[in-house]
Design a protein around this ligand. Structure first.
Ligand code: GSH
Length: 324
């Protein structure tokens, strides 16, 4: 990979979007060097980002808010990547964003270079930072949420340690869901939205809606049995991973990424019920969803898709009430 990555160029010469794999893949573990300790780790996230959103939800579900700190970047991403907000911006146009707390960095990429001065990958959120060793432990959300699930269990209250979003007995079923939900839904919206040629766009958008139709059928069966979750009627990582895409779907992906064959709120009653249940009934989901950051980020950070950076007002509301 070239060191001169073009941050705002997403598609290849065939017009297809190929997501690069994350580079930092270490683990928090008792065996070290990143051993589980309170106040040693810090998450850098964007409220806009569905991958970072997974880590924010899991941090709350596992009772880790007093153990792992968080810094939310400004929603705007330009050719230099994510940036940290000023104090003033954090109170006004990028509410709840904060300046970088440990080094006073202006840009997320400075953290990547602190961890590895020769880094050549993309500068993505989430970043799980080790304050003691001053380096990135991991920047892959699917792995970070599994670490949060298990590695702090000895230092959190029993009621949180007992919560298991990746239970051994259901791992096969969970992986089966991940195997189609990740490529066709979570990453599917990006592959449709970042395509720069008609054919790959149509392929991806068709696959995406095939998977949403499939999901609707599965959730109908679950709802017929009065079950609200996808695996064993308990909250698992499948729900967390799906929610962060579904909650962005109508407000952003539908128009900005041209995923507009159907809308969740009008065309998928069971997905819609599932989404609203998670959002309105579980504060880990509702309180970590920031529609302002979400809508502003996508519509004002992709000039190749939306050159004037105008953020559409609708759909209103961003999410429908639990009982419309
Ligand atoms: N595989 C990564 C993907 C993270 C990712 O792509 N994050 C996006 C924001 S939604 C990002 O930071 N993109 C910046 C860039 O690619 O330059 C994960 O799941 O953690």
């Amino acid at each position: 990979m070239s060191g001169k990555i073009e941050i705002q160029k997403f598609a290849n010469a065939n017009g297809e979007y190929k997501r690069l794999t994350s580079i930092f893949r270490n683990s928090i573990s008792k065996q070290g060097p990143h051993s589980p300790e309170a106040n040693r780790y810090h998450l850098y996230v964007s409220y806009a980002c569905p991958w970072a959103h997974r880590t924010l939800i899991t941090r709350i579900i596992k009772g880790l808010t007093g153990i792992i700190g968080v810094t939310v970047v400004h929603w705007h991403m330009d050719n230099n990547g994510w940036r940290f907000a000023t104090e003033e911006e954090g109170k006004t146009d990028a509410k709840d964003s904060l300046p970088e707390p440990f080094y006073g960095f202006q840009r997320l990429k400075e953290l990547y270079y602190k961890a590895n001065p020769n880094y050549e990958g993309r500068f993505t959120v989430p970043v799980l930072w080790d304050k003691k060793l001053e380096t990135i432990v991991n920047n892959e959300s699917s792995e970070i949420i599994r670490m949060l699930n298990t590695e702090f269990n000895d230092i959190i209250p029993e009621k949180y340690a007992k919560i298991d979003i990746y239970p051994e007995a259901f791992r096969f079923e969970i992986e089966e869901f991940n195997d189609w939900i990740y490529p066709t839904i979570n990453n599917g919206v990006y592959k449709a939205g970042f395509a720069t040629k008609q054919e790959p766009y149509e392929t991806e958008v068709t696959n995406l809606f095939k998977s949403l139709d499939r999901l609707e059928d599965i959730l109908k069966d679950k709802h017929d049995k009065c079950e609200e979750y996808l695996v064993n009627n308990q909250l698992t990582e499948v729900d967390i991973r799906l929610f962060t895409t579904l909650v962005r779907f109508d407000p952003v992906y539908h128009q900005h990424f041209k995923c507009n064959i159907k809308m969740i709120r009008h065309d998928y009653p069971h997905i819609h019920r599932y989404l609203r249940n998670l959002y309105w009934k579980d504060e880990a989901f509702g309180s970590t969803t920031n529609f302002e950051h979400i809508k502003f980020h996508y519509t004002k950070s992709h000039p190749q898709i939306n050159p004037h950076g105008i953020t559409p007002v609708g759909p209103l509301p961003n999410i429908m009430p639990l009982y419309p």
